[in-house]
Design a binder for this molecule. Structure first.
Ligand code: M6R
Length: 365
């Protein structure tokens, strides 16, 4: 049942090329920006007219939500707010008939996310869901929505479900842009980039043994810092969550520029810092963040774009991933972070599929 893999988590990480392919199936055709999200087709105009979109979720799904904000605002120019479902439900949120509330949940059963959805409904907002489990409570209670079709996710640490959520949000952002902020040919270009993701993820998966070697060198660290900017900031949060939940090592994710506002005080030779340094509009800034860490003797592990020569001049540990443009990069940069967390945890003898204290779906608050 693990398909020859030692753990479900590893199997699910390796399923990601197929997952991205499946999430696009029947929804995308690579001509003239053809994109049809069946589950929301009847509500698309309403969505495009939303004064504001609020996205609620928990855990890894909340990280996908954050990327949803970046993607929808960048592509469709509709204001988006992201909230933890647990905060939204208890703070008497300002939300009403002009808003659309999107809830994201792999299981479709998370108690706080379900309560956020019910709160939003009571206040008159239109509610839409992005779920993986077909027929789940959240899927049934939303007015419209989309399934991520990632297949059952058994490992408690979410991997392929996250990838599917992000790919789904990428398509949603594009369909909200159609006829408004983007031409069909621009949409086609973005869809083409999405269609190249499965092959690029497969190439990253080939780096598994390199990543395992890095894990061996760093597995005894007590803390890790993850830094990224722009579209890579939510990925930094997700990488840190993966590591802490399965290896029990303390890890924090930060927007790289925030380092100066506190976490830099922690940096010394015992602090590994994972820096997402792919080529985009923040690249030059990220290089100076690497230098700042190095000058305090921090041990940097960088994720950089293939062909990059600058990053390797600054640090010895570099994982090179295929090039891609900023908004789609998270679908690539998250993969080495999943593998790194997996290998560190297994090398430390942890039960990665069933980490202590955690449940696959959190149906109580
Ligand atoms: O099923 P959901 O997506 O609603 O679950 C939300 C979180 O409980 C979940 O993402 C959790 O953070 C995972 N263990 C992360 O790997």
């Amino acid at each position: 049942e693990k398909g020859g893999f030692e753990h479900f988590m590893l199997k699910e990480i390796f399923e990601q090329p197929e997952v991205v392919h499946d999430v696009m199936r029947g929804r995308v055709r690579l001509d003239e920006g053809w994109l049809r999200l069946g589950g929301i087709a009847d509500y698309l105009d309403r969505l495009k007219q939303a004064k504001r979109i609020v996205i609620c979720a928990c855990g890894t799904s909340w990280h996908a939500a954050l990327l949803g904000e970046y993607l929808i605002e960048e592509f469709a120019r509709i204001p988006v707010e992201v909230d933890y479902a647990s905060e939204f439900r208890y703070r008497n949120p300002l939300v009403g008939v002009e808003d659309v509330v999107i809830v994201i949940s792999q299981s479709g059963e998370t108690a706080d996310t379900l309560a956020a959805l019910r709160t939003a409904k009571e206040k008159g907002a239109m509610v839409m869901g992005i779920c993986n489990v077909v027929g789940s409570t959240i899927a049934r209670e939303t007015v419209c929505g989309m399934y991520t079709h990632a297949g059952p996710e058994i490992g408690v640490a979410s991997t392929k479900a996250f990838t599917a959520q992000v790919a789904m949000l990428y398509m949603l952002a594009l369909s909200l842009s159609k006829g408004r902020t983007m031409s069909d040919s621009e949409i086609t270009l973005h869809l083409r980039e999405l269609s190249e993701i499965p092959e690029k993820v497969a190439r990253i998966l080939e780096l598994d043994s390199q990543i395992k070697l890095i894990a061996e060198r760093f597995k005894d660290a007590k803390n890790f810092l993850y830094l990224g900017r722009g579209f890579n900031f939510p990925v930094a949060l997700e990488g840190a969550l993966k590591l802490k939940e399965i290896s029990y090592i303390h890890a924090e994710g930060y927007p790289a520029a925030e380092m100066k506002h506190g976490p830099i005080a922690l940096i010394d030779e015992d602090m590994p810092v994972i820096i997402l340094a792919t080529r985009d509009n923040t690249y030059a800034k990220i290089l100076s963040n690497i230098e700042e860490v190095r000058s305090r003797k921090g041990r940097v592990i960088a994720i950089a774009s293939e062909g990059d020569t600058e990053v390797s001049r600054l640090t010895e540990e570099v994982i090179y991933i295929p090039q891609a443009s900023g908004p789609i990069t998270p679908l690539l940069t998250v993969v080495p972070l999943q593998l790194l967390a997996y290998h560190i945890a297994t090398l430390r003898g942890c039960n990665v599929d069933r980490p202590r204290n955690l449940a696959k779906s959190v149906t109580v608050e």
